[in-house]
Write a protein that binds this ligand. Structure first.
Ligand SMILES: [Zn+2]
Length: 505
């Protein structure tokens, strides 16, 4: 078993820009400096069933052109502002590589660039994966009280390890659901750390004694370590919700997460707890609306789910006891459903955490399983907008990888490969865009292979529409063969137009 270091895979393909004029590169805005042409690939676009035999041209960090037989050299006029392009007649004698004519303040200038041609060998090219419920700050074995005994330094380093782990699994975008603000995103986006794009909720907002109240017995509000680190925030009353929500956005959050009923892993809150008053929920919705974004909720109880939808919450995380009328409402309102369904898999009973029946979370977990037997049928009947959502906490290394690989397989087992893949790609991209004008990645779509979308791309062995193991899925959980960080069937990982892995050839 080997563990691949993503940094060692990074060197990849930084493309030299060959200037054909005497202009200095820094003087000219937006010169395409990296051009990659994927040929001999079958494309799954993240939305439609079936694969298309087309080439994909990436310029800088966007998918620039998708067509049959894109030439390996030629002259293209690039509209830098819009990303559009038009092929120009080849100059006499032709050129080796691509040249781009660019409108600058000094007029039209022509640049030649080398093209990095990738022969996919007939494999599947598809969007990078999106996990819409992760916890970057909780990549540590143990229990939530254990997180109270840690430092910002350890949490930061663990977040970095988590980011590399996720990217190595093919996840080019993740949505953090408690505690990430803008810091990890900034480090990754500046290129200092390999990792996925990060959407972040900021500190999760919980009432005292709610699912986000992780202080040990005797600690008061603002006294616990995870509150000081602003991973969770206790807010009681609309005024505190307003302040906490606004502070989250000020620290770099892209949306809000509120705890609207009790949870499994937390100790103080019974699962049936109805959390936050309507006025408190409305305060969070108002702040998110002011930022052109949305509120997501942790919820298990149907009645709380229903009232929060009425108050304008747009994303339902968990929601396992949902009833048919509430599912109808959820679909009518166009809300997203992120239910973390592996909690209901038969294999979940083998989870190491749930082997001790006296452990309080185990009792809650078993109660939930018993009260959510209707869920799969409701999902199949109403087809809500679902996203892929792993939600593993307090798990690292091999058991974490086994859980992630199983989650990919379980969603395909229950809902078919196409829908599972849509959850992991285009649906996740649609949810990411719900962050509105505060979207940290506003220039293109995520989770799709289409012109103008961000160049977040995988090439995998085989066709995942027919065989989900192509993306590293494994249909057993804790019995699965342990693996290192690398997923061998994922041969190419490109994010934002840069290669992080290429094991073709
Ligand atoms: Zn979670």
């Amino acid at each position: 078993m080997t563990t691949l270091n993503l940094k060692a895979l990074l060197p990849a393909m930084s493309m030299a820009v060959v200037l054909t004029t005497t202009a200095i590169a820094q003087d000219i805005p937006n010169i395409p400096s990296e051009v990659t042409l994927f040929k001999n690939v079958m494309v799954f676009d993240g939305v439609n069933d079936g694969l298309n035999d087309v080439d994909v041209l990436v310029v800088k960090n966007k998918i620039h052109k998708i067509a049959e037989g894109i030439p390996e050299s030629g002259t293209w006029e690039v509209q830098v502002q819009t990303g559009g392009s038009k092929r120009l007649p080849d100059p006499v004698g032709g050129i080796d590589g691509y040249s781009f004519t660019i409108q600058t303040e000094r007029g039209i200038e022509t640049k030649e660039v080398e093209v990095n041609v990738i022969d996919g060998g007939g494999r599947t090219l598809m969007p990078g994966l999106i996990d819409s419920h992760v916890h970057v700050n909780m990549y540590k074995d143990g229990t939530i009280p254990g997180l109270q005994d840690t430092t910002w330094e350890e949490i930061g380093a663990r977040s970095a390890a988590f980011a590399q782990e996720m990217l190595a699994m093919g996840f080019t975008t993740v949505r953090d659901m408690c505690g990430a603000h803008g810091g990890l995103r900034a480090v990754i986006d500046e290129g200092s750390l390999p990792g996925p794009r990060i959407y972040s909720s900021g500190a999760c907002l919980s009432q005292t004694g709610g699912h986000g109240d992780w202080g040990i017995a005797g600690q008061r509000k603002n006294e616990s370590n995870l509150e000081r680190l602003e991973i969770t925030r206790l807010v009681d009353g609309p005024a505190e919700v307003l302040h906490g929500a606004r502070r989250n956005f000020a620290l770099g959050a892209n949306y809000l997460k509120i705890m609207v009923s009790g949870g499994v892993t937390s100790i103080k809150d019974p699962i049936y707890q109805s959390a936050f008053t309507d006025a408190e929920i409305a305060a969070a919705v108002e702040v998110a609306g002011d930022m052109d974004s949305y509120v997501a909720m942790h919820v298990f109880m149907d009645s709380d789910l229903s009232r929060a939808l009425d108050l304008g919450v747009k994303v339902v995380d968990h929601g396992l006891t949902i009833t048919e009328p509430t599912m109808q409402k959820l679909v009518e309102k166009g809300a997203f459903f992120s239910p973390n369904l592996t909690a209901l898999a038969p294999e979940a009973l083998e989870h190491p955490m749930h082997q001790d029946p006296t452990f309080p979370p185990t009792a809650k977990f078993l109660w939930l399983r018993k009260n959510s037997e209707q869920l799969f049928d409701l999902v199949r009947k109403y087809k809500p907008k679902m996203v892929f959502d792993s939600d593993y906490v307090l798990l690292t290394g091999v058991p974490y990888r086994q859980s992630m690989d199983f989650t990919k397989a379980f969603m395909a087992r229950e809902f078919g490969n196409l829908w599972a893949l849509q959850m992991m790609t285009s649906n996740g991209g649609e949810l990411a865009a719900l962050t509105g004008r505060g979207n940290p990645y506003p220039e293109g779509k995520l989770g799709v292979i289409e012109e103008g979308a961000y160049a977040d791309i995988l090439i995998v062995d085989g066709n995942p529409l027919e065989d989900i193991t192509a993306i590293g899925a494994v249909d057993t959980w804790f019995d699965a063969e342990p693996r290192g960080q690398d997923v061998p069937s994922i041969r190419v990982i490109m994010k934002d137009g840069k290669f992080y892995k290429n094991t073709l050839n």
